[in-house]
Write a protein that binds this ligand. Structure first.
Ligand SMILES: [Zn+2]
Length: 391
């Protein structure tokens, strides 16, 4: 048996109450257990082996991307087999405090994720299986949830990534647009046109990328949860076949760019994102988008992507940093380096390097340069070698 956590989530129109049941692996013999949770959440009760148990707030922690957390330590007289934590709160994204990104609870939509620490995190024992159950769910729809007709509840979780990522719409206010590649979920009827545009642009992008610019892959159906107008700032994120966003693009170019760039990351990824090597992920994803624009003869899109970078790049440091850290603006600087390559060596040189990077086994600049030499494209390799040092 492995350690599991089941959250039963009761939602009102502005806050929640949760019962978290943790069942430990039978090899677990400890009398202590600790976890972290959003500092604003009120703990109502904690039980160990079904009896109320002593606990204390042992520490406050300020992690990156998440709000202030409190660390709670539970001490029991006997070895712990189960822990039950009952708590309540109202996590909400605050642009002023830069906290609880992407989280909100309203009548029409609820969005809860890792970013608010609304569930026990940093647990002293690794949770292997996780699940969220939302009882009395008839009036709602949970993205990627499974509806349990017998229990009238939604179940979500155990996907191996982004646990407890709940986006729940009130059915009465839910719009869905679907085709064989994607589902888009949104509240606000006024953005239907943007959603339609988003869907058709995704299709065009996939046609250009999959088995053409890049190697052919099986792409799972993408679920897009748009939370406009509940949240309108703070960007979005994508995890495998789930995309969370505040906007589907308010103009055609923005929509196409959003699709082309995010979709390119299916192939353009793998270089270490917290080092200067991240220029590879971002430059190739951006240039996949620009190649898409060139292929579809969409000058407006090409300019929309490249122009702001051309204005900025000369104020930015070189791509390769002395200490290996990720320099400011590495994304823009790389895009302009390839723009100059496109002007000097032609479109095929850029196509070649974008494709080569996506096919690399070891995603580093050194192995990209070796692959170019092996391919007898010393001209491209030299261009990059010089370019990454340029101020
Ligand atoms: Zn990116």
């Amino acid at each position: 048996m492995e350690t599991t956590m089941l959250l039963t989530l009761f939602l009102s129109e502005k806050d929640f109450k949760v019962t978290a049941d943790i069942t430990f692996d039978s090899s677990f013999r400890e009398k202590q257990f600790s976890f972290c949770i959003n500092n604003d959440i009120s703990i109502l009760e904690i039980k160990a082996n079904n009896h109320p148990v002593f606990y204390e707030i042992s520490e406050k922690i300020q992690p990156t991307f998440r709000p202030l957390l409190k660390k709670i330590t539970v001490a029991n007289k006997e070895a712990i087999k189960t822990i039950t934590i009952i708590y309540t709160g109202a996590v909400a994204y605050s642009p002023e405090n830069q906290s609880c990104w992407h989280n909100i609870i309203t009548r029409d939509i609820t969005s809860l994720s890792w970013y608010s620490s609304w569930y026990p995190q940093n647990t002293s024992v690794k949770i292997i299986h996780d699940k969220v159950v939302i009882p009395k769910g008839d009036a709602h729809f949970v993205v990627k949830g499974i509806w349990d007709e017998a229990r009238h509840s939604w179940e979500y979780g155990d996907k191996g990534y982004d646990p407890f990522n709940i986006v729940m719409y009130r059915k009465e206010k839910l719009n869905i647009l679907s085709n064989q590649h994607m589902n888009i979920f949104f509240n606000d009827e006024t953005i239907r046109e943007n959603a339609e545009e988003f869907m058709s642009s995704y299709l065009n992008v996939l046609n250009f990328y999959n088995g053409n610019l890049f190697a052919k892959k099986d792409i799972p159906v993408l679920d897009v949860a748009c939370v406009f107008p509940a949240i309108t700032t703070g960007g979005g994120y994508r995890r495998k076949d789930f995309m969370w966003c505040t906007t589907l693009g308010s103009k055609k170019e923005e929509t196409a760019w959003l699709n082309a760039h995010e979709t390119a990351h299916i192939w353009c990824s793998g270089a270490k994102a917290d080092t200067w090597e991240d220029w590879l992920n971002e430059t190739t994803a951006e240039w996949a988008s620009l190649l898409f624009a060139l292929d579809s003869e969409n000058t407006a899109l090409f300019d929309f992507i490249v122009k702001p970078k051309l204005q900025r790049y000369s104020f930015l440091p070189s791509i390769q940093s002395a200490d290996g850290s990720r320099p400011d603006g590495v994304h823009d600087k790389g895009t302009v380096l390839f723009y100059n390559m496109y002007k000097a060596l032609g479109i095929d040189a850029v196509r070649k390097v974008v494709r080569l990077f996506s096919d690399l086994e070891v995603k580093t600049t050194t192995s990209l340069l070796s692959a170019l030499h092996a391919d007898k494209r010393n001209d491209i390799a030299e261009f990059i070698q010089e370019g990454i040092l340029q101020k």
